[in-house]
Design a protein around this ligand. Structure first.
Ligand code: Q0Z
Length: 293
């Protein structure tokens, strides 16, 4: 198969008219891919994304064709998808203040042109979720876009549909997650078009790699929030004295094991099922955590 795109932690292949998205066990922290993989991460995030596509099919159709009709060596961490004409907009919804949203609020009191009340701080919940699209820069950092810029780029009807679907996916996902002990502070979605113009949700959905997951029981606005999935890694790297320039030091086995458990815990809290049940029902072979531990 032809490799069409290689990301920090995932690869994209072309297979005839389809594409195959493959998630690895690599992890990126402070924008650096670590030399130590997290066993099972690719499978857990793939299965979580598939579960969300299933939950959200009535909001917008997803690009998934099959979770099982993929090459054997990638079973469980690959998805066969419809090849779409991707729209050049990163569709972000924010429900809490963090990252670039926090930076924008501190500078202007607004995010994406929406004025927010005074007195909010790091980790504060927003009065309502806000659509904060950005450009997809080929290199360097994505730039914020106004809604009019999105309209100019994709046309007003598609822009309206992108905003509706992004906010509805975020609203539905974050409400379900909050009820299960995970705050989803923000999320990045990608969309594309079928040849007949049908808009579809693409890429990965509501995973901890595409979203900020926070443990609800530790939420404490006014301070930086701990990451649900990567906090053990960050804490260990911070204490190691690493200067955040690649390469990072390799992770100790205990940090790897704790982090693998956190990904699995996110899956289990959100879906309400042990990791493996949903996959068994859908006919995907068992995971390889025992082999690699
Ligand atoms: C996804 C990405 C990844 C690196 C393009 N259904 C689709 N059709 C055409 N293109 C894409 C999709 Cl999802 C597409 N990306 C993001 C995914 C590795 C980059 F697995 N870029």
């Amino acid at each position: 198969m032809e490799l069409v795109h290689s990301g920090k932690v995932r690869e994209l292949y072309a297979d005839g008219d389809d594409i195959i998205m493959v998630a690895s066990d690599r992890v990126s922290v402070y924008d650096v891919v670590l030399p130590t993989p997290i066993p099972g991460k690719g499978r857990v995030l793939t299965q979580l994304s598939l579960w969300w596509f299933g939950q959200l099919g009535d909001v917008i159709p997803g690009h998934v064709i099959s979770a099982t009709d993929v090459p054997a060596q990638w079973q469980g961490r690959a998805i066969r998808c419809r090849r779409l004409q991707m729209l050049p907009v990163e569709c972000i919804a924010r429900g809490y203040l963090a990252g670039l949203g926090l930076a924008s609020y501190r500078e202007t009191g607004t995010i994406s042109g929406v004025r927010l009340p005074p007195g909010l701080g790091e980790g504060s919940r927003l009065p309502e979720p806000v659509f904060t699209p950005t450009t997809k820069a080929a290199a360097g950092h994505d730039e914020p876009m106004t809604f009019s810029e999105v309209e100019t780029l994709v046309g007003a009807p598609v822009a309206a549909e992108l905003r509706r679907a992004t906010l509805e996916v975020y609203r539905r996902g974050s409400e379900l997650a909050a009820a299960r002990g995970i705050l989803i502070a923000d999320t990045k979605l990608e969309f594309g078009l079928l040849p007949d113009g049908t808009l579809m949700l693409a890429d990965e959905v509501l995973t901890p790699d595409s979203s900020r997951f926070w443990p609800a029981e530790e939420w404490d606005p006014g301070h930086p929030q701990p990451s649900f999935d990567k906090q053990y890694v960050r804490d260990w790297l911070d204490a190691s004295g690493w200067d955040r320039e690649p390469p990072s030091p390799p992770l100790p086995t205990e940090v790897v094991a704790q982090t693998a458990d956190r990904y699995r815990e996110a899956y289990e809290r959100l879906t309400g099922e042990p990791f493996g049940r949903y996959r068994e029902r859908m006919g995907v072979p068992p995971d390889d955590r025992r082999e690699v531990r």
